[in-house]
Unconditional design. Sequence first.
Length: 511
Amino acid sequence: MDHLEIETELPAGPALNGRGQAGVSPGARRPGDLGAPPDVGLGDLAEVDWETTRYLAAATQLDLEYARQVVKRVIGEPFRAVAPAAGADIVVVTRWALAALRRAAFRDGVLVCLLAAGTIAVIMSRSWVAVVVVLAGGVVVVAYERWVRDQQIITKKMLRGRFRASLAPDVAGQRVRQRLAVVAHQQQGNVVVFPRQKAFMGSGKRVIHSRVLVQIALGKKGKNGKRKEPIPFINAELLSALEQALKMMGFPHLRVGKRLYVNGTHVAADPRILPDPLAPPVAKVPVDMLDEGCARPTADARTYLCAEIPGWQGQLVVTLFARAVQANGSLQFEWRFQVLPPLQDRFLDIDRRFENRPAVQCLYAALTGLKLVIPAFLQSPVRLWRYATMPLDDWRRRRRQAYAIGHGYVFNYGSIKSIREGAVGNDRLHYFLAQDELTFILLAQHTMLRALGEFLDAHKIDMEQFKEQEKNYITNISNYNVNDFHAENVAVGGKARAGGGKSASGTDSKK
């Protein structure tokens, strides 16, 4: 993969220490620090956030229906972009999902063969001995599959402290490999193609949306009482100054940079973003396109400064989006925070499991075989057919979409909901997690407003209007409480509600 080479793109996470866990060697700079080396490997993000990736990967082993959903969302939409999935490596999760489906298909294939052979044997011999043999073989097959899942995968590779992204199984098929390579590029890129109105797909729930308005044509007063001539600036310069300030916050694994957000129904009009109509949009654009999105935002595309603050090994991700607009000597600066909360409780089932002695594990597998052999025989033809027709369904979908695109249909290249965002819950399972969520928001907002003020002051702009608005925000911030508060523009935590109209938990009422 072409790694991020320009300063305005989001840097990847840190390298691994000797145990395969995220770590920074003494004296090394964190990603996001000024001058951090750009040549970080592709798999690092997965290792940094390995806990959330582990939960999702384990869910594909314990729930085959979820594994099918993962494959359908990631592999089954070959022309669409892929939403950001901060806090998890969806390539690793998809590889585990494919492995789970392959294993189940092999089990069902053997059961179908046994069922067919047993049926023929019973008809020809008219003896119930063949039935007993088939049932015994079915018990062995079901028990072995369960033993492989529980002992070889869950116990050895999925329990806490044992998961490594590098151990994800290989995938078969050139098309699947190419699609996963595209997904990996898009997860590290600086372009987000969204589906119509959901511009920040993949970043969770909105909790804050605010703005300030400053008359930048009015210069500040000098010592003699006369106003100075303001120094003109472009929006890209302002966002770059804020980017540097946010990078200095010091949060581990902080990722800061500019991103271009493009409407998925309009990317076909720009060959720089969609050079091939029968391929996904590009993952990365040059700096001049990012600056163009700052200076001349359109209804279809505009550039935001993004700061992703992950915590709790991917269980919490707070993302700041900010942009500036100038018109007739006025500056509107707006920002919003989106939060990816922890996963739903059902995805934490792996934490309720533990390692058993091999003999006990074999006994459990045998009991599972005895209990499930009849349902497994009855369901195996349908499940095997469902697996076998997945490539055919994908081929038909690609043909249908390619035909429509080639004959004038306005195809939406925007991403669908990411598997990370689709797994979120509403509860904050740890008191400190809720506290950190609010801390990330407030510190990032304070850092941004302070840097904005310093930038305006350095450009000799009258600060009275800005300081009055900043004071109001600081006053409101001091009244925020975690999990039990009401506010006009913020709601954080499982029990929080935002006032000012019809609002849901974790969102505000402004649209």
